[in-house]
Design a protein. Structure first.
Lengths: 174, 248
């Protein structure tokens, strides 16, 4: 996920302070990984430098100065372009698992065991997400569903690989 | 009301996955052969009160046969099934029928509701068969239909309701008799994804509240994700996969 685009998108709804951006980000998107304040301020510095945001005001309080950021027209165009561009489907996990499986078979290790272990780990995470989904609101449900569908696809691959394990073992060892 | 009298609270203390003390139903060394096909080849299984266990595996691996043996529907050729210190495998047909009626609840994929009866009468059926009066049985059934969000179709017949509603009625029926073990064989197999998930949510929630154990046969990982642990049946043997999780 692009943090800078996400923060920019949040700024499109109205100017915000850095801490407010972090809080909103965490509430909406940061269930697994809340943002560090440092990430917010370094991202804002970069966006400022690139002209995608500007400082809308500075509040002097008891502590350090608090900058309020606003999105610029260039920033809005950037968000629009990001939202309009599809994400690249990346079958990264299958590639890694395939490599591990082939290496296991090549070295005479237990390929079925490797698949079973991965399968259990996938299902453990699916249980966790399902629990979170069951207790959560609609946003939680949709976020968890996205992860669950991906994990399910991986599991199907694991099952397919298990069903073809003997054949694969013969091929890689030939 | 039941073959083995019980209340939800009476077995609320016997939980704890993996703990021998809480084992409610256990199978050891089950063998079952149909003709030349070996369906079970030394399968072991156990489930604790209040636990939901998914039984998974490829088609033809023996998972439905395992469920049928556990539920006393078919006797194994060898091996034992023990339910609360009683040997199910050595019971008479009548004793097993009484056990199934009283202590077990069943949810299948298709064709489980009696088409001539209304949804309310269907849900009340196990209690009626166990000797409850019509009024009491239907009052109990109505409570479960409400819980499963299908109270509004209680006077409809199964042919007049959707697949998802029918499945919820079937779950209400399975739970209305206050079973200690619910056997669910592909309970969401005929439903779309959203309906299937809602059905699983309601089934597992209700079962956990009443401390009923659920043996859930499924080939869908998203359905299995509602369970507490997973057993995979492969080549007639059952393997508990819980120990493997967290190893990577």
């Amino acid at each position: 996920m692009s943090i800078s685009h996400t923060l920019l998108g949040l700024l499109e709804t109205g100017p915000r302070h850095g801490y407010d951006l972090k809080r909103t980000f965490d509430e909406k998107f940061g269930h697994d990984r809340p943002l560090h304040y440092g990430q917010v301020y370094s991202t804002m510095s970069r966006l400022l430098k690139n002209g995608l945001v500007e400082v809308d005001g500075i509040e002097a309080g008891g502590g350090p100065e608090r900058k309020r950021y606003a999105i610029t027209d260039a920033g809005i165009t950037d968000v629009e372009g990001w939202l309009a561009t599809p994400e690249k489907p990346e079958p990264y996990l299958q590639s890694t698992l395939y490599t591990k499986l082939v290496l296991a078979l090549l070295t005479g290790r237990d390929g079925q065991g490797l698949l079973d272990t991965q399968r259990s780990e996938h299902l453990r995470l699916m249980r966790e997400l399902t629990r979170r989904k069951t207790m959560g609101d609609l946003a939680d449900q949709l976020i968890c569903d996205h992860a669950l569908f991906h994990l399910e696809a991986d599991l199907r691959w694991l099952e397919t690989a298990a069903a073809r394990l003997d054949k694969l073992a013969k091929e890689v060892r030939a | 009301m039941t073959a083995v009298a019980h209340t939800a609270s009476a077995h609320a203390d016997s939980t704890g996955a993996g703990s021998g003390a809480g084992v409610l139903l256990q199978a050891e060394g089950l063998h079952k052969v149909y003709g030349t096909t070996v369906a079970l080849d030394g399968a072991d299984f156990r489930i604790n009160a209040g636990e939901v266990v998914a039984v998974m595996g490829p088609s033809g691996s023996g998972k439905s046969t395992l469920l049928h043996c556990l539920a006393g529907i078919v006797p194994p050729d060898s091996g034992t099934v023990t339910y609360r210190d009683q040997q199910v495998s050595s019971m008479s047909d009548a004793q097993r029928s009484a056990l199934r009626r009283g202590d077990f609840g069943f949810v299948f994929q298709f064709g489980q509701l009696v088409p001539e009866l209304t949804c309310l009468e269907n849900a009340a059926l196990p209690m009626r068969l166990a000797g409850a009066g019509r009024k009491d049985a239907e009052a109990g059934a109505k409570k479960w239909l409400e819980r499963l969000e299908v109270d509004d179709v209680r006077h409809h017949r199964p042919g007049q309701v959707s697949g998802g509603q029918g499945q919820r009625v079937a779950i209400a029926r399975a739970l209305a008799g206050n079973p200690r073990v619910v056997f669910a064989d592909e309970p969401t197999g005929a439903l779309d994804s959203l309906n299937g998930e809602r059905v699983m949510e309601l089934l597992t929630q209700a079962a956990r509240e009443t401390q009923a154990a659920v043996v859930l046969v499924t080939h869908e990982s998203r359905v299995a994700a509602y369970s507490d642990r997973e057993v995979v049946v492969r080549d007639g043997k059952a393997r508990d996969m819980t120990m493997l999780a967290g190893a990577v």
